[in-house]
Design a protein around this ligand. Structure first.
Ligand SMILES: NC(=O)c1ccc[n+]([C@@H]2O[C@H](COP(=O)([O-])OP(=O)(O)OC[C@H]3O[C@@H](n4cnc5c(N)ncnc54)[C@H](O)[C@@H]3O)[C@@H](O)[C@H]2O)c1
Length: 316
């Protein structure tokens, strides 16, 4: 039977980078791409070569719509799913939390229900390190770190992780879950830190940094994340979970200074502003499991990736 993978949430950042590589590499697999095309989408993120490929299919579907989700399963008879779709911006989740529960929790449950009804194989759920909450210096998140989300976004992602695990236990859904750190590189929405700051500086505007800018994130080049997803999707045991991270811890202030230096601007372009309501101090992933079990390690050094990223946005 031909493998047919549903990809949700392909139309913006990580999903589009994933498709641009893996549709062309796997002409024998059909990719059925569904997305609600919310505010966060751009069809031009998908290369023309991919769009014209005979194994690429697109349907506009809101995963909150259970009936529509089922129609797609009936129409395409898929074998597996890789589920990226989410409301993904923490600040938006503080302003309007409900849509995060609707999309990230109910939307995921609609997909799990369809998966159960149509007896599919793998359910790959894309999650985030933010489900762990924050962690003090010297410690790292492992796959057994208890979840302790801080924002409505991370709570909705943690809830969807739990639903996936529960459907695995109760209904034998063959899931895998990956939890990744912060991604960077092209096709990212300009509401996110790196493209947002570059765009402001390009227009000679000051960037606004929360509090003292000392919050730490672990950064990973998006293509490394996509490769890790493919490794887990194709090789991991059912009912397993993997952390994915780049071991690149930087404070937001350090990232800002890197961007300023590359754009030949000084620190007078930084405005320190009132902090986000509860701002996790530090995320840090221990990615030993995926390295030891599946042999995945990041290929792109942060120092190189960030410079390429800055120039991509400058030339846009
Ligand atoms: N960006 C990161 O650094 C990062 C890190 C770790 C994990 N993740 C996870 O990876 C996944 C993708 O993140 P991203 O940064 O590419 O997000 P994004 O916001 O750039 O893209 C999300 C996509 O989901 C679609 N979508 C939103 N609501 C939908 C709905 N109701 N029905 C169908 N489609 C809908 C949007 O149209 C968009 O194309 C998310 O699950 C996120 O939690 C992101």
């Amino acid at each position: 039977m031909k493998q047919k993978i549903i990809i949700t949430g392909w139309a913006w950042f990580i999903g589009s980078n994933f498709l641009n590589k893996y549709v062309l590499w796997n002409k024998n697999i059909d990719f059925i791409n569904i997305d609600a095309l919310t505010y966060a989408w751009k069809l031009e993120n998908i290369s023309e070569e991919v769009k014209n490929s005979s194994n690429y299919f697109f349907e506009k579907v809101d995963i909150r719509d259970k009936q529509k989700v089922e129609e797609i399963y009936k129409k395409y008879n898929p074998t597996d799913i890789i589920h990226f779709a989410a409301e993904s911006h923490v600040d938006n989740s503080i302003k309007n939390p409900f849509i995060f529960t609707e999309t990230n929790v109910i939307g995921t449950q609609n997909l799990l229900e369809a998966h159960k009804k149509f007896s599919l194989n793998r359910f790959h759920h894309i999650s985030t390190d933010e489900v762990y909450g924050d962690i003090p210096e010297g410690w790292f998140f492992t796959e057994s770190t208890p979840i302790n989300p801080s924002s409505p976004y991370s709570a909705s992602k943690a809830s969807s992780d739990l639903l996936v695990k529960a459907y695995g236990r109760t209904f034998w859904i063959e899931y895998v879950i990956t939890r990744c750190s912060n991604n960077y590189w092209p096709n990212q929405d300009s509401e996110k830190l790196i493209p947002h700051f570059i765009e402001f500086l390009k227009n000679n505007k000051k960037v606004t940094l929360y509090w003292n800018g000392k919050n730490i994130r672990d950064w990973l080049y998006v293509e490394d994340h996509c490769d890790a997803i493919w490794e887990v999707f194709t090789k991991a045991e059912n009912w397993s979970m993997y952390n994915i991270g780049g071991n690149n811890e930087y404070t937001n202030l350090e990232i800002t200074k890197l961007i300023l230096k590359e754009m030949k601007k000084d620190e007078s372009f930084i405005d320190f502003v009132e902090d986000r309501k509860w701002h996790d101090m530090r995320y840090a992933i221990d990615a030993t499991k995926i390295k030891n079990e599946l042999g995945w390690i990041p290929k792109i050094k942060f120092e190189d990736g960030i410079v390429k990223t800055i120039h991509f946005y400058l030339n846009k």
